[in-house]
Design a protein around this ligand. Structure first.
Ligand SMILES: [Zn+2]
Ligand SMILES: [Zn+2]
Length: 357
């Protein structure tokens, strides 16, 4: 089979590799689409080294169609559509024993810690797969993992009907939080970013969204004005780096300053730099800060939302390419982050009629 192999950092090649063998307990999937994650961009540049090493096959967001069912597997048939949950937890550490798998001390993901789905085929334990109704397009199935991250953040923050929300950062994750939040509350959602084209994508594709460009105005002042001084119920920080705009507070402190009394700040941007917060600002409001990492069973919720048309994955898709063009896809995401959310890679063989189930 062919796969997009990261042969060295910054270099993806479309190579012939051995087709995986479907072992007992596993299901062999033909990959439909893969979706490029921000983590993949870091891996590509070698920023996850030494957790990753080359050569490797990336891809933890992808769709599959069952082409072989391994010994002992029940409930799966040829042609079934599957969404793989890429998380592998140990089951033995203190977090796992509390049922808090997302905080597993040795949490691993396929496509990061082992070969992933940016290939024509992958064989995975049946226990990692969620069945998806056949009418959901493969490119949407490939986005279930990242949409589940949005739903997990929404659930961690406890967003309720009627809540007003701000989302700081409208990249891949922020956009998924926006879509997830919309399944719960129809009240105003404010989005903050420094990239105008992304703000346009958020505003033009969702009802009742107010976009705030942090390069043009102070988001904290604007949000206080917009809410008549009350503040928002829930503030999400999905920026993930401390690339601060001069004269403005960092996104986490901004969230603390705009949340209302008793409100919730949910942080899910994975930054390495400190983000100073004045705790008095938090304590006076008796607000809480929660964090959110990956997802925990929200695949089922996302599949239900997709089945009933409550999520809008097409909004995330800004580009589709074939898997053999992965190098160009990664270069495009680096060069033009402002107008690209998700670049989808198709992994069906070139020149062969597309298989639809
Ligand atoms: Zn991801
Ligand atoms: Zn564990």
């Amino acid at each position: 089979m062919k796969a997009s192999v990261l042969t060295s950092y910054n270099k993806l090649e479309w190579l012939e590799v051995p087709k995986p063998v479907c072992k007992p307990g596993e299901v062999l999937l033909q990959v439909g689409y893969g979706s490029i994650c921000g983590s993949d961009q870091h891996i590509f540049k070698g920023e996850f080294h030494p957790r990753t090493k080359t050569p490797m096959i990336m891809g933890h967001e992808f769709s599959g169609t069952v082409v072989e069912v391994g010994k002992g597997v029940e409930g799966w048939a040829l042609g079934d559509k599957a969404a793989p949950d890429p998380i592998i937890w140990c089951g033995a550490c203190p977090a796992c024993k509390k049922g808090h798998y997302t905080a597993c001390t040795s949490l691993k993901l396929i496509g990061i810690d082992s070969d992933g789905g940016f290939a024509e085929y992958i064989s995975l334990p049946a226990s990692m797969l969620y069945k998806v109704p056949g009418h959901i397009p493969d490119e949407h199935v490939a986005l279930i993992e990242v949409l589940a991250i949005g739903c997990h953040a929404k659930n961690r923050a406890g967003v309720k009907e009627g809540d007003t929300v701000v989302i700081w950062g409208t990249g891949k994750v922020g956009m998924c939080v926006l879509d997830a939040v919309r399944t719960v509350t129809s009240n105003t959602v404010y989005v903050v970013d420094v990239l105008a084209p992304r703000l346009d994508i958020a505003r033009n594709n969702h009802e009742n969204v107010v976009a705030i460009d942090a390069t043009k105005e102070d988001p904290v002042e604007r949000l206080k004005r917009e809410t008549g001084g009350r503040g928002v119920d829930v503030a999400f920080e999905a920026v993930g780096h401390a690339m601060e705009v001069e004269g403005l507070v960092n996104p986490v402190r901004g969230c603390v300053q705009v949340v209302c009394g008793g409100g919730t700040v949910c942080v899910l941007g994975l930054g390495n730099e400190p983000a100073p917060v004045v705790f008095k600002e938090l304590i006076w409001k008796e607000a809480r800060i929660v964090s959110s990492r990956v997802s925990h069973g929200e695949f089922a919720e996302v599949i239900d939302h997709l089945t009933h048309g409550r999520l809008h994955p097409d909004v995330l898709i800004t580009q589709k390419m074939h898997g053999s063009q992965a190098q160009q896809a990664f270069e495009l995401l680096e060069a033009h982050p402002e107008e690209n959310i998700k670049v989808m890679l198709e992994f069906r063989s070139l020149g062969v009629e597309k298989m639809r189930s």
